[in-house]
Design a protein around this ligand. Structure first.
Ligand code: DX5
Ligand code: ZN
Length: 217
């Protein structure tokens, strides 16, 4: 059976006690810690950046899954490697030379992942799918936590799974936005490998148990 992976997004954590939330994640079965970096240009919001990620990396062994919602990500590849990123995700829509960007991320020693906004079709990845370690499907428009899940995302996951199989590729499928037990179960069933969950985890009364429950969906 394919393992169900879960990546809690700390965008929904309590930043006044971030160390406690990371300690909770360390004790949980979370497979990654998802870190949302926003620049106020690519997306209409600003979150946090390199110093925060660098400090988180010092208090966790969990791999950091860094989702760059920024323009010109090439400029920051080495900086995020130094900050402790294990997986670096760039947006298809922000990378005119995506092939080069992906190679640079891998050369820097990280897993390379490409993200598709809700309007970007899966077939545009045909010629890059064998080069990437992961594809991140946005199931909301990036920029904010707590948004409503876009139903078309299930189909995108299925189509991406078909593309990966048809090209004999091996990248993982990750989905981000509006994930809860209901959408999460359907996404795993459609072929998703990794689910990102922010609000649903951190607004729950028992975040650790909530994280662990995803593995059993
Ligand atoms: C949105 C971010 C997400 C966000 C998800 O731009 O990429 O990772 O944290 O939040 P929820 O799970 O609340 O939809
Ligand atoms: Zn994200």
């Amino acid at each position: 059976m394919v393992e169900k992976l879960i990546a809690p997004s700390i965008l929904a954590a309590d930043f006044t006690r971030l160390g406690d939330d990371i300690a909770m994640l360390n004790k949980s079965k979370a497979d990654y810690i998802h870190c949302d970096v926003m620049d106020g240009v690519f997306v209409p919001n600003i979150s946090f950046g390199v110093p925060v990620i660098q400090q988180i990396s010092q208090i966790t062994e969990k791999p950091l899954d860094v989702h760059l919602m920024i323009v010109n990500p090439d400029q920051f590849i080495e900086v995020f490697k130094q900050a402790g990123a294990a997986v670096l995700t760039v947006h298809y829509e922000a990378c005119p030379h995506l092939h080069r960007t992906i190679q640079r991320i891998k050369q820097a020693g990280m897993k390379a992942s490409v993200c598709l906004n809700p309007h970007t079709p899966v077939h545009l990845l045909e010629d890059i799918i064998r080069d990437v370690d992961m594809v991140l499907i946005m199931s909301v428009n990036p920029g904010f936590g707590g948004q409503v899940f876009i139903e078309n995302s299930y189909q995108k996951v299925s189509r991406l799974k078909e593309l990966i199989l048809s090209k004999n590729a091996s990248g993982l499928i990750e989905v981000d936005g509006g994930v809860n037990y209901e959408t999460g179960k359907k996404l795993y069933d459609a072929g998703a490998d990794v689910l990102v969950a922010g609000s649903f985890v951190f607004q729950s009364d028992q975040p650790l148990e909530t994280i662990n429950h995803f593995k059993k969906l």
